[in-house]
Design a protein around this ligand. Structure first.
Ligand SMILES: NC(=O)c1ccc[n+]([C@@H]2O[C@H](COP(=O)([O-])OP(=O)(O)OC[C@H]3O[C@@H](n4cnc5c(N)ncnc54)[C@H](O)[C@@H]3O)[C@@H](O)[C@H]2O)c1
Length: 243
């Protein structure tokens, strides 16, 4: 892929999908600035730790990455949280934190990154939404709402900033084998390995996604191979519909 010598900022870089994205970007010759709360294990040229609910931190990340890497070609808005349950069992804190991390942080980061990319002549932003933001699943009302919002924001920004040479798209995964998914099984008292083996049976391709399978789609969208895609939502679901 045509990514060699590009520069990228990745949020949620220490997580399951984020760390796979960082590894693959670096293997393709991209210099990476990684953002997360705790980054000791993360492969990247630059670590920019912090909490994305802090607006000053989130909105300052693109310039910090630009300064550290001497450029900012790619922004991957990957950090996210999941709060489970219908609205009747959801707390104000579930609502506020989901809005802050899943919607406001990508908004702050994108708003700050777009002028930097425009001044360079273009760039690419890839958001990690979810199949559940496009086709809502059961008992995750706030999560689905927040992912629908980032999917919609992606389509709006993709249209609004194409004329600046900035391509903004999203990947919408179904289930991915990461700490986010495993923690849900643990919270329900299930063994994650057994639960994932069961879940694999529900996917027409035969397994839920590994983080690398999502990272490959992210790299495609970030690369010049996706040069005609703006505001697209790419579902990566192994053939499994949201039931
Ligand atoms: N795992 C799945 O099944 C799945 C499916 C569809 C979409 N997604 C999306 O993929 C993205 C990555 O999720 P993952 O599965 O790798 O989860 P993960 O929990 O492994 O990683 C998420 C990362 O985001 C970081 N993060 C969360 N809140 C933060 C905050 N306030 N400040 C800074 N960093 C923060 C976490 O520290 C973590 O490293 C998320 O946006 C998630 O919603 C995941």
């Amino acid at each position: 892929m045509t990514l060699e010598n590009k520069t990228a900022l990745v949020t949620g870089a220490a997580g399951g999908i984020g760390s796979a994205i960082c590894r693959k970007l670096r293997a393709n010759g991209v210099r990476v600035a990684a953002a997360d709360r705790e980054l000791s294990e993360c492969e990247a040229e630059v670590h920019l730790p912090g909490d994305l609910t802090d607006r000053t931190y989130a909105s300052g990340l693109p310039q910090a990455a630009y300064n550290a890497l001497d450029g900012l070609d790619i922004l991957i808005n990957n950090a996210g949280i999941i709060r489970r349950g219908p609205v009747t069992t959801s707390t104000d804190e579930d609502f506020d934190l989901s809005i802050a991390v899943n919607i406001e942080a990508p908004f702050q980061l994108s708003r700050a990154a777009i002028p930097i990319m425009a001044a360079q002549g273009g760039g690419a932003i890839v958001n990690i939404a979810s199949c559940w933001g496009v086709h809502p699943g059961p008992n995750h009302a706030i999560y689905c709402m927040s992912k629908a919002a980032i999917a919609s924001l992606t389509r709006c920004m993709g249209r609004d900033h194409a004329h600046q040479g900035i391509r903004i798209n999203a990947v919408c995964p179904n289930e991915v084998d990461t700490p986010m998914l495993r923690s849900g099984f643990e919270a329900r008292g299930l063994d994650p390995d057994t639960a994932i083996a069961d879940l694999d049976q529900s996917v027409p391709l035969g397994h839920i996604a590994q983080p690398e399978e999502i990272a490959d789609v992210v790299l495609f969208l970030a690369s010049d191979q996706a040069r005609y895609l703006c505001g697209s939502l790419i579902e990566a679901n192994g053939g499994k519909a949201v039931a």
